[in-house]
Design a protein around this ligand. Structure first.
Ligand code: ATP
Ligand code: MG
Length: 395
């Protein structure tokens, strides 16, 4: 019965002159998402609307799920498309629509209204008259229904174009902005719960995501790395392809461990992660870094620690989870499907070298002083880490 979807988009409709750029990006993202679904689809942009026509057989659920991962989409309306054969035929189609898709019977008691939009101005009947004509015919077929123009339980939309589109259901989309409309940023992606959620949230604002992962073989295993690749794939279902740089961090960590006070390990390590991430950002054209940090979650995420970590970065650092409780982050990770992978029990390079009592209020001067102890080797180690990084593009 449905062979067309009408796509509703909110925020991007108000972007003035740039509007067509946003619409183009949204159409591209929709095409990309549907290229992974069985079926043949054509995506059209027409008078401030996006339509998807499905030719031949297609999997309805799979199609809707794919569209629900496209940022910028606010609502997905499954549409019944009929030929224009006059108002009598149309009334019959509308009644069939109500019977078949909403399973309405003459016994149902609900309020409704008809909303007609006449995009084809040569259609002979004005929209208000179409509303009242169809409304009357619906009342005859379903005597339990009642018209309520202010707050109806059911809104029946009728759009008159070359063909006529009938729909009532609006399936929620993810909202946000289409990826590709807000530049590019570099996500520090670990195997935890938080950073995939952070990447999702910034992607939702239209940002293309790249990622960097620091591992420490043989202290961290190949499985731990695979887990991060899997997480990147899950985030990429929303954001599109991600270039993931896998950096061997072992020698840097061992030197920090050897030369610096143990209670400062995490903070110094985090500063090197940020420095290296910024180097990759420069290479990839990323304009910001993204982390999964949230105030007070662990010692390295007190305001003092965050500010000492931040000090090494020239780029803005986006921390979309900064004000979230763990439980709230877990909820998003379940919703986007990363949670089950995030909780797989593989060691993390941070947990292996972590001190029993890390500093919670690091002092910048003290930390800089500790880093001086690395001065004769660290530059070489950083260059080697960057040069030997493996880049994996995940889809
Ligand atoms: P997550 O659940 O994202 O791992 P976390 O609660 O474990 O976060 P930390 O380990 O302190 O917190 O890491 C804070 C942030 O630093 C992470 O959200 C991530 O952005 C980044 N990060 C930590 N470890 C790594 C790593 N091995 N590779 C890349 N980024 C990392
Ligand atoms: Mg972590």
């Amino acid at each position: 019965m449905f062979s067309t979807f009408l796509i509703k988009y909110g925020e991007i409709a108000i972007k003035g002159k740039n509007r067509h750029l946003f619409e183009e990006a949204l159409v591209n993202q929709i095409r990309h998402a549907l290229s992974k679904v069985d079926g043949s689809f054509s995506v059209m942009r027409e008078q401030g609307r996006i339509y998807i026509d499905c030719e031949g057989s297609f999997d309805y659920d799979e199609t809707v799920e794919a569209l629900q991962r496209v940022f910028g989409i606010v609502g997905i309306c499954p549409v019944m498309k009929v030929e224009d054969k006059g108002i009598d035929e149309l009334a019959g189609d509308v009644i069939r629509f109500l019977e078949e898709t909403l399973e309405l019977t003459p016994q149902n008691v609900i309020t409704f209204k008809v909303m007609t939009r006449r995009a084809n101005k040569s259609y002979p009947i004005p929209s208000m008259e179409v509303n009242s004509e169809l409304g009357g015919r619906i009342l005859e077929a379903f005597p339990g229904l009642q018209v309520d123009v202010h707050n109806p339980e059911l809104v029946l939309h009728v759009e008159i174009r070359e063909k006529i589109y009938i729909y009532s259901k609006i399936i929620p989309g993810p909202g946000g902005m289409p990826v590709g409309t807000s530049g590019r940023a570099m996500l520090l992606l670990s195997g935890g719960i938080d950073s995939p959620v952070a990447g999702y949230m910034i992607g939702k604002r239209g940002v293309v995501i790249d990622a960097v992962y620091f591992h420490a073989p043989p202290y961290t295993s190949e499985r731990a790395k695979e887990k991060v690749v899997d997480l990147a794939k899950l985030v990429a279902r929303y954001t599109g392809p991600i270039r993931l740089h896998v950096v061997n961090f072992t020698d840097i960590q061992l030197s920090i461990y050897e030369k610096c006070p143990h209670d400062e390990l995490t903070i110094i390590m985090r500063r090197y992660m940020m420095r290296i991430a910024e180097r990759f950002a420069a290479m990839d054209g990323s304009m910001a870094l993204i982390t999964g940090e949230s105030i007070g979650q662990v010692a390295s995420q007190t305001i003092q620690s965050l500010s000492v970590t931040n000090e090494v970065c020239a780029l803005p650092v986006f921390r979309p989870l900064i004000g979230f409780d763990k439980q709230e982050i877990v909820e998003v990770s379940k919703k986007i499907g990363t949670f089950e992978t995030s909780i797989l029990p593989f060691e993390d390079c941070c947990t292996i070298f972590v001190a029993k009592h890390p500093v919670t209020k690091p002092n910048l001067k003290v930390i800089q002083c500790s880093e001086c102890k690395l001065s004769d080797i660290i530059d070489g180690l950083v260059e080697t880490a960057i040069d030997t990084a493996e880049t994996i593009t995940v889809e």
